[in-house]
Design a binder for this molecule. Structure first.
Ligand code: 6CS
Ligand code: FE
Length: 314
C-alpha cells in the first residue's frame, strides 16, 4: 500500500462517493513553438469537455495500420498480449502492439500526435499502455462506464491525473457499431468506487470490467449535468481523451467492426508508485513502468518511407 496521502481513494471498502479533482486538465505548454500544437480554442474545448476530436487527421495511416493489426493478430496468436471476447474466441484487444511493429512504434512518436500530447501534459511523456481494440462485427462486447484513471491509480499506482489516451479510428465509428460514449465535462470530478481489488483482477476486467464501474444511480446523477455524447468519425480521425473522463461503449451488434489503435501517454512527472489497491503492479504489457521519455520523430511519418523501412527489415 502507498504511504502518501491518497487524493483519489477508490475500492477501499468505503461507500461510493464523488470527490473533487485536484489536478489541472491542461498543463502549461513546455514547447510552445511546435507547428503541430493544438490551437487555443482546441485547448479550451479539451479543458471543458475532457476530449477533442480531430477528423481526417492521419487518413493515410489507416490502411497500413489495419494490415499491421491483421499480421499481429496472426503472428501473436496464443500470446499473453491478446485478450479474447468474454463469450467467444474473437480477438477483443491486442496489447503493446508497438513492441511487435516498427510502424506502430513510429506512429506513437509521430509529432502530429506526440507534440499535442506533450502540450496537454505539460512535459515529456512515456507510453504507459498501447492497444488495438477490435470490437469485431456482431461479437464485440461492451465496455461499461468507467474512468481510466481510477483503474490506473488503483491497479498501476498512477499518482495524479496527468495522462491521456490518443487514439486513431481504423474503421468508421458510427452510432451502431458500439462507438465510444462519453459524458463531456465529467473529468472534473472523481468517482471513488466500492469494492476491493483482488489479485490479478486484470485477467477478467479486460474482458468484462466490474470493479471501478460506478453504480447506475451515480451515473444517472452525473448524466444530468453531463449528458452522454457519442464519438463518431471516419477512419483516420484522431481522438484525445483525458484520463479521468467517464466513458464506455455498447456491444457491437452491427456488421461493421469498430477498430481503434490507442496510445496511453503519461507525463514523466507522474511516475508510477506502488498500486494504491495494494496488489502487485499489472504486467508490463498493460502498464509500462519504464518512464523513459519518448522522443518525437523529426517529421510526420510518410507512408512511402515506412514501406521502404518495412521492406528493408523483411
Ligand atoms: O485496464 C485498463 O487499463 C483500461 N481498460 C479497461 C477496460 N478499463 C480500465 C482502463 O480503461
Ligand atoms: Fe477506458
Amino acid at each position: 500500500m502507498n504511504s502518501m496521502t491518497d487524493l483519489y481513494p477508490s475500492r477501499n471498502g468505503s461507500a461510493e462517493t464523488i470527490l473533487p479533482r485536484h489536478d489541472p486538465v491542461v498543463y502549461p505548454d513546455p514547447f510552445p513553438d511546435s507547428p503541430y500544437g493544438l490551437t487555443d480554442s482546441q485547448l479550451e474545448s479539451y479543458e471543458e469537455d475532457g476530449f477533442i476530436i480531430l477528423p481526417n487527421y492521419v487518413p493515410e495511416l489507416v490502411e497500413p495500420l489495419l494490415a499491421e493489426k491483421d499480421r499481429l493478430a496472426r503472428e501473436l496468436d496464443g500470446q499473453e498480449e491478446l485478450y479474447t471476447e468474454p463469450d467467444s474466441d474473437e480477438l477483443r484487444t491486442l496489447f503493446k502492439p508497438f513492441a511487435f511493429s516498427e510502424l506502430i512504434d513510429r506512429v506513437s512518436r509521430d509529432p502530429r500526435i506526440l507534440h499535442p500530447v506533450q502540450q496537454l501534459l505539460g512535459s515529456r511523456a512515456y507510453l504507459m499502455q498501447s492497444r488495438i481494440n477490435v470490437k469485431p462485427a456482431f461479437k464485440g462486447k461492451a465496455f461499461p462506464w468507467h474512468s481510466d484513471f481510477e483503474t490506473w491509480h488503483v491497479e498501476d499506482g498512477m499518482p495524479r491525473m496527468r495522462a491521456l489516451t490518443a487514439w486513431i479510428m481504423l474503421t468508421e465509428n458510427h452510432p451502431d457499431n458500439g462507438p465510444l460514449m462519453v459524458m463531456p465535462g465529467s473529468h472534473k470530478h472523481y468517482i471513488s468506487c466500492t469494492g476491493r481489488t483482488g489479485a490479478e483482477n486484470y485477467r477478467t476486467s479486460l474482458k468484462k470490467q466490474v470493479l471501478g464501474v460506478p453504480s447506475k444511480e451515480t451515473m444517472k446523477e452525473v448524466a444530468q449535468t453531463h449528458p452522454v455524447a457519442g464519438i463518431y468519425g471516419k477512419p483516420g480521425t484522431l481522438v484525445i481523451h483525458e484520463c479521468n473522463l467517464l466513458h464506455g461503449s455498447e456491444d457491437n451488434s452491427s456488421p461493421d467492426p469498430r477498430t481503434v489503435l490507442m496510445f496511453v501517454y503519461n507525463s514523466i512527472e507522474n511516475r508510477p508508485v506502488s498500486p494504491y489497491g495494494g496488489q502487485k503492479p499489472r504486467p508490463h504489457y498493460l502498464a509500462s513502468r519504464d518512464t523513459s521519455p519518448l522522443k518525437p520523430l523529426e517529421c510526420p511519418i510518410s507512408v512511402k518511407e515506412e514501406a521502404a523501412i518495412a521492406g528493408a527489415i523483411a
